[in-house]
Design a protein around this ligand. Sequence first.
Ligand code: NAP
Length: 447
Amino acid sequence: MARARGTGVVSAMTVAVLIIGAGPAGFYTAEALLNRVPDVRIDIVERLPSPFGLVRAGVAPDHQSTKRIADRFGQTAAVSAVRFFGNVEVGRDVTLADVRALYDAVVLAVGAPRDRTLGIPGEDTPGVYGSAAFVGWYNGHPDYHDLDPRPDTETAVVIGNGNVALDIARVLAKSAAEMATSDITDDACSAIANAPLTTIVIAGRRGPLDAKFAPAELREIGQLATCVPVVDGRLIAQATAAETGRDRPAASKNLSLFKQFAGRDSSGWQKQLRFDFYKIPREILGADRVQGIRFESARVDSASVVGTGAFEIQRCGLIIIAIGYRASPIPDLPYDEDRGRLINDDGRIESRLYAVGWAKRGPTGVIGTNKPDGVRCAEQIGADVPAGDKPGRPAFEALLKQRRVQAVTYQDWQRIDAAEIAHARAPAPRRKFTRRDDMLSVIKHPS
Ligand code: NAP
């Protein structure tokens, strides 16, 4: 946790740091800077009125315990040397060049908000969504307020064998009663609850040993109230240890869970969540609306996925592609197309410009993986900028005023947060505002 070292008092030596992005990577960096760089002042700029990035809009709404990390980030935001500037977008309201001219160091903690795509025919058919959009929709991210994915189908297919795919499949599989303690949006909860969904297929191109599911998350799938996991036992028997280049303890825990699932009686359940392995997506079918997906069967050969030439069609009315994310390229900065991240040397991009989190590493790892990134970045800033010589906050505030940009302060956010909590229907922890204007009106018109 951040020691309340910063007093907010500015000296000639004060190092002014701007962190772009108020998600876990940004907050862990702020915390590390407070602990490691004496006389630092940190401003955190965020394009949404709300802080916490993927903790708010990525972590599944039914995983509230994971979201508690926001309390720790809130303590960092409360330190007087730290200031939150919400509703300010670098690239729209101010440029990166603007802020680099004003701060001693700038940290890009901008995440990886874009979906990776399959690159197959039919991917733009209505009814096909990327995971960022679909998760953003059920988590109340303002960018996806109007997504309206209409899960009015008996069968949904989720492509990918990572934890995001598993989150999506679980949210589709759970009943409204199971989601009552979550902060899923009302629209998403009722759309899913009223959908005629009976089958959720989660399709991986490799086998069960190569699935990237965290065992704890996979175990949860065996404990749902109205949905039974279904696995073809022959696929489990077919999996060989030679296939996995992955975390072996996790793979063997997953394998034993899949074996349990394969032994379950699937009759009499409202929904089934079916794990399909060795399926390469080749074509999405449908014109006005998705009607199915053509898979080619696969085998894993020396860690490569190879098509066998055997094809099958899975009929469905909704497809969610959850095969990973990419950072957004930033004009004039080097970008690694293959890994979907900013090109950097252990976080350093250019002089006094750094990347942390998914923008640095690409979209892998859990929330806590951002902590060492923050520490490393703070060490680098400490070494690269022994004493500050840029004006920082006062000049940034003057620039925002000149551009007529109304920033949301952390105290403003606390009012929005309190309003969300007050609007919740018990036992839900909060009822999220899903539009920027609704958040901003809480600040303009406090009740
Ligand atoms: P991920 O873990 O990298 O999984 C991506 C999945 O997509 C893999 O199964 C991958 O298969 C598959 N894939 C990639 N390209 C494909 C293609 N062309 N066709 C078919 N399948 C393809 O990514 P993620 O699920 O988006 O998760 C991102 C990070 O967030 C991960 O580190 C994850 O653990 C973390 N996360 C954690 C939690 C949690 O702990 N509860 C929750 C959500 C996310 P291959 O293996 O064959 O490449």
